[in-house]
Design a protein around this ligand. Structure first.
Ligand code: ATP
Ligand code: MG
Length: 589
């Protein structure tokens, strides 16, 4: 399909990761790797051949929530780098915590990544598939005297851990003999102990200035059902231990993560170096690189907070169009192209910063301005009567679907004696500079005729109930001489007899502040009570009855709208405004 790719003309933003990969490829850092196939596949391992992928990255979500726009940045980076260098990006679920993870989240994550336009092919992995290998490696650490079973309570362990300024102190169990450690670890696995009775710790350095190296816990006891392994395990490996090994098993070259993992990198390297020394992993080993996470104004991007919004009923589910989840943006009307353009434009940096939400909105406008069909929609209707048009007579005016793209075809706008216009397109007493309808003034009804306002009707309260006008018969758009009328105002309109009445939802930010939850604030106290305004029956040009779910339009003068993918029915669409036509913030309300 000839879709314009808004990313093509975007300036390539800075991306230091690209530089690292280029450098590694140039020096052949990973040239000698052998591809062992899917981890655990013994047959593939025996016949190991050179790895066909020059670069391997991975996107490793924990299936404990829906993905948000911050994850989209990571997805675009990981899949984007793999694609740019002829590599592969692995989709890997980091599912080591049985109590918070669910299949619903797995499904939603896969759907979101695919919707963004990325494919993992046969590279779909689960950390839980490595549980057996991870355990075998843990026994190896014990056997080499580099791991021990600790039986302190979590509080006692915390006390001995030290602080940023004070070194930690050794647990009394640190010098347990290897044989005792092995025996206890096997009994932990066999289910002999209750939750919390013991943990397995690496034996690194209790005096290290890096707290992550002070004998980190790598296994804990959890008698819990796991969404994939069921009841097979009652001990579960910790993230730091699992992640680096998963990367190595999958032949990852560049493990890209957010800056908060910088202090964990020495542990990542320590674990893999030791396993390579034991002969359990082959070199070259994967390397971790950190980039700044995305922070965005007017939204919260913490899974914990997003779960609260859903569970406490502040929004209507994960895909509420006000949510910063990928599924929320999708339902709101965002395109995958606009989100990829955004990721490209903000770039990848080493320094944390907060990006204005307006930048994301602008990416959507750019994308949709280029390709969304135009349509007329009257959101706040006022009746306009064309007094010199015969009752019952209908004329079919033709309008382009898109002003710059004739290949998108045309649409038909029935014109009749009674029309709907926007209430604020009429003023009985026009303020200075008002060029729309007021008694005596001429305007063009777009793609139809020039009309002259002759007056209005009002109810007992003085509210205008209808406007009257007279049509200039020789002013029909597209006919010779039509341009002789010099008018300053052009209005959209819909024939009253033909209009489609449909619900239209107008959204504002979910929060009233730029940085919800900043400082001591409770983000739930900063919710915007007016974040959605549902118009039960906006009046739309009749062709919109055929709008398909997820079809996007520019409603002229109102913004970009999408037919809601959940609430629309055949012939009865419901529209969401994705974004206004221009950024109205900063204009003093
Ligand atoms: P959790 O607190 O549950 O770990 P998380 O947001 O880190 O939350 P993960 O599922 O671990 O969720 O994230 C998957 C990947 O997405 C990780 O590599 C993480 O670094 C990246 N990621 C998460 N949030 C952002 C963000 N705001 N910007 C960029 N990348 C992010
Ligand atoms: Mg995480």
């Amino acid at each position: 399909m000839d879709k314009p790719d808004p990313g093509q003309n975007a300036p390539a933003a800075s991306n230091f990761i690209r530089g690292i990969i280029e450098h590694d490829l140039a020096r052949g850092a990973y040239a000698g790797r052998r591809w062992r196939g899917a981890p655990g596949d013994a047959a593939a391992q025996a016949g190991a051949a050179p790895d066909p992928a020059r670069v391997r990255t991975r996107f490793p979500p924990e299936p404990n929530g829906y993905l948000h726009i911050g994850h989209a940045k990571s997805i675009c980076l990981n899949f984007g780098m793999a694609a740019a260098f002829g590599g592969a990006c692995h989709m890997r679920f980091d599912d080591t915590n049985p109590t918070k993870e669910e299949q619903e989240y797995v499904d939603s994550i896969l759907e979101a990544v695919r919707w963004l336009g990325f494919e993992w092919g046969d590279h779909l992995f689960y950390a839980s598939d490595y549980f057996e290998t991870l355990y075998r490696f843990a026994e190896a650490f014990v056997a080499h005297g580099l791991a021990y079973v600790d039986s302190l309570s979590p509080e006692q362990m915390r006390e001995l851990r030290g602080t940023l300024t004070e070194p930690g102190r050794a647990s009394p169990y640190r010098e347990r003999p290897v044989a005792d450690n092995l025996d206890l670890l096997r009994r932990m696995r066999a289910g002999e102990f209750p939750d919390g009775a013991h943990v397995l710790r690496l034996k690194i350095d209790m005096a290290s200035p890096n707290i992550n190296l002070r004998d980190p816990v790598i296994y804990r006891i959890r008698h819990a059902h796991h969404h994939r392994t069921g009841e097979a395990w009652c001990i579960y490996p910790m993230y730091d231990y699992t992640h680096c090994i998963s990367d190595a098993l999958e032949n990852i070259t560049h493990s890209l993560c957010t800056l908060e993992f910088e202090d964990h990198r020495p542990l990542y390297d320590w674990v893999l170096e030791r396993l390579a020394e034991f002969g359990l992993l082959e070199r070259p080993l994967p390397r971790q690189y950190e980039f700044a996470r995305l922070n965005l104004t007017t939204v919260v991007l913490s899974k914990r907070k997003l779960i609260q919004l859903v569970e406490e009923g502040h929004v209507d589910g994960w895909d509420d169009p006000r949510m910063p989840t990928i599924t929320g943006y999708r339902r709101r009307g965002y395109t995958p192209e606009s989100i990829r353009l955004f990721a490209e434009r903000i770039g990848v940096a080493k320094e944390n910063s907060t990006i204005e939400h307006a930048i994301l909105e602008e990416c959507l406008r750019e994308d949709l301005n280029a390709r969304a069909p135009r349509a007329f929609a009257v959101l706040d209707p006022l009746r306009l009567v064309v007094d010199n048009w015969p009752e019952g007579s209908v004329e079919h005016c033709e309008a382009p679907a898109h002003p710059q793209r004739p290949e998108l075809g045309t649409r038909v706008l029935p014109f009749s004696r009674e029309l709907w216009i926007e209430r604020d397109d009429f003023a009985e007493q026009p303020p200075k500079g008002f060029f729309r309808l007021f008694p005596g003034n001429l305007v063009r009804l777009k793609f139809a005729y020039v009309v002259k306002c002759t007056g209005c009707e009002k109810d007992a309260q003085g509210r205008v109930t209808a406007v009257h006008c007279e049509l200039m018969p020789d002013s029909r758009s597209g006919t010779p001489g039509a341009d002789a009328y010099k008018v300053k105002g052009t209005l959209h309109w819909v024939s009253a007899a033909h209009a489609l009445a449909a619900p239209v939802r107008l959204y504002e930010s979910l929060f009233t502040v730029a940085n919800p939850g900043a400082g001591e604030a409770d983000f739930r106290q900063q919710l915007n009570p007016a974040s959605v305004n549902t118009l039960p029956a906006a009046l739309l040009e009749p062709g919109l009855a055929n709008a398909l779910p997820e079809q996007r339009f520019q409603f002229e003068r109102h913004g970009y709208f999408v037919a809601d993918r959940v609430d629309s029915r055949p012939g009865a669409p419901v529209f969401n405004r994705a974004v206004t036509l221009r950024d109205s913030r900063g204009k003093g309300g």
